[in-house]
Design a protein around this ligand. Structure first.
Ligand code: NDP
Length: 394
């Protein structure tokens, strides 16, 4: 079988590195064409040299020469590009079949959209793109024949539990509800009064998953699950009231689909992103992922409970933004990105994250999204307001 060509946007991150690991487990099946990073020139150069990539893109234009030298030093003759134009070019290369969208945050929007515009098989990890531009993104993909395959473990699980050939019609598929599971993060059982004291290091130490810093904080606040319900809405064309969240601290059941006849189908596996990555990469085939196999006899307990929206208000804010629609998810996401960054820089407390996001959402007016410019305008307004609030409280 002919090998498929791959671009990885955000190659140096947690998902990007796991994707390269899965590719490494399947020699001859995939050819790495382009890899991108934000500032980590050294790791990017090492990856390009190891996988013989043809194009290396660094988002920060000031680092183009540094990347060029690092590549040369490692014997790679990959071409070098930089800036957003470089990311967009890597996503749309005509010879590329598959694009892994694994940049963190709204910064990934334009390149991920480019992959959809050019009809690629898009492996979607960058949930923020879908949260802020869901309808626009789905229509662009449909119009250009792009196939969006969810990489987020929950959405990948849902995709696997839906009937083969599912075409965006839950009613026809007999689906009543989609149940996203959430680990609950490192502070699941911490009393409310202690949450204001937690440090970025504690928030980034997830009990089950090894992830980038931003998503780790989102998991600790449960904003990650708020973003994921919005992501699920667009991926599966679900009505807001069809989406539920259940806390499942062991992260073995990755999500579930409840059908009209009372059946509930779930996907299980060890908490390792290489499973959903391998599934999306090879779909509709199955390939080796390198993960430890699940041994259910050794899992003494699989438990489920309702989320506590009082201690974790970010999840409620996510549901609210989904219900309100229009520009509300853009505001939610932008304010959250600013708040998480400020928390990671120790400028605000953990509890200030939901307060700040809630305040931005209350203060800014919601309006319709017609195009990408509308998304960017609302994103900017919410970021500006959130930064003002950070300044006031830090
Ligand atoms: P990381 O922080 O580990 O990696 C982010 C990647 O994006 C890095 O390659 C980074 O480059 C690059 N990057 C960061 N900022 C920019 C920017 N402004 N412009 C261009 N590139 C940028 O993140 P994760 O891998 O954890 O997450 C990536 C995405 O996948 C997120 O949307 C996350 O929500 C989603 N996801 C992650 C999961 C996980 O297990 N990690 C699970 C499910 C979803 P550099 O290294 O140079 O900083």
């Amino acid at each position: 079988m002919k090998s498929e060509t791959v671009t990885i946007l955000g190659a140096t991150g947690s998902v990007g590195t796991s994707t390269l690991d899965v590719i490494g487990h399947n020699p001859g099946s995939y050819r790495v064409t382009a890899l991108t990073a934000n500032r980590n020139t050294l790791r990017l150069a090492e990856q390009c040299a190891h996988f013989n990539a043809e194009l290396a893109v660094i988002a920060d234009p000031a680092l183009e020469n540094e990347l060029y030298s690092a590549l040369k030093a490692l014997g790679s003759d990959a071409a070098v590009m930089s800036g957003e134009a470089g990311l967009v070019a890597a996503a749309g290369l005509p010879e590329v079949d598959i694009v892994m969208a694994a940049i963190v945050g709204a910064a990934g929007l334009k390149s991920t959209l480019r992959a959809a515009e050019t009809g690629k098989k898009v492996l979607l990890a960058n949930k923020e793109s879908l949260v802020i531009a869901g309808e626009f993104f789905a229509k662009t993909a449909h119009r250009n024949g792009a196939r969006i395959l969810p990489v987020d473990s929950e959405h990948n699980a849902i995709f696997q539990a839906l009937p083969a050939g599912f075409e965006q019609d839950l009613e026809q598929a007999g689906v009543e509800r989609i149940i996203l599971t959430a680990s609950g993060g490192p502070f699941l059982d911490m009393p409310a009064e202690q949450l204001s004291q937690v440090t970025p290091a504690q928030a980034c130490k997830h009990p089950n998953w090894d992830m980038g810093r931003k998503i780790s904080v989102d998991s600790a606040t449960l904003m990650n699950k708020g973003l994921e319900v919005i992501e699920a809405r667009w991926l599966f064309n679900a009505a807001p009231d069809q989406l539920e969240v259940l806390i499942h601290p062991q992260s073995i059941v990755h999500s579930m689909v409840a059908y009209r006849d009372g059946s509930v189908l779930a996907q299980l596996g060890t908490p390792d992103m290489r499973t959903p990555i391998a599934h999306a990469l090879a779909w509709p085939r199955r390939i080796e992922s390198g993960v430890d196999r699940l041994n259910l006899a050794q899992e003494s307990d699989l438990s489920f409970r309702q989320p506590d929206l009082e201690r974790f208000p970010c999840l409620g804010l996510g549901f609210e933004a989904m219900q309100v629609g229009e520009s509300a998810p853009v505001m939610l996401n932008a304010a959250n990105e600013v708040a998480v960054q400020a928390f990671l820089e120790e400028r605000i407390t953990f509890n200030a994250i939901p307060s700040l996001v809630g305040e931005v959402m209350q203060n800014l007016e919601v309006s319709g999204i017609n195009d990408l410019d509308d998304v960017l305008m609302h994103d900017k307004a919410a970021r500006t307001r959130a930064m003002e609030l950070v300044k006031q409280i830090s």
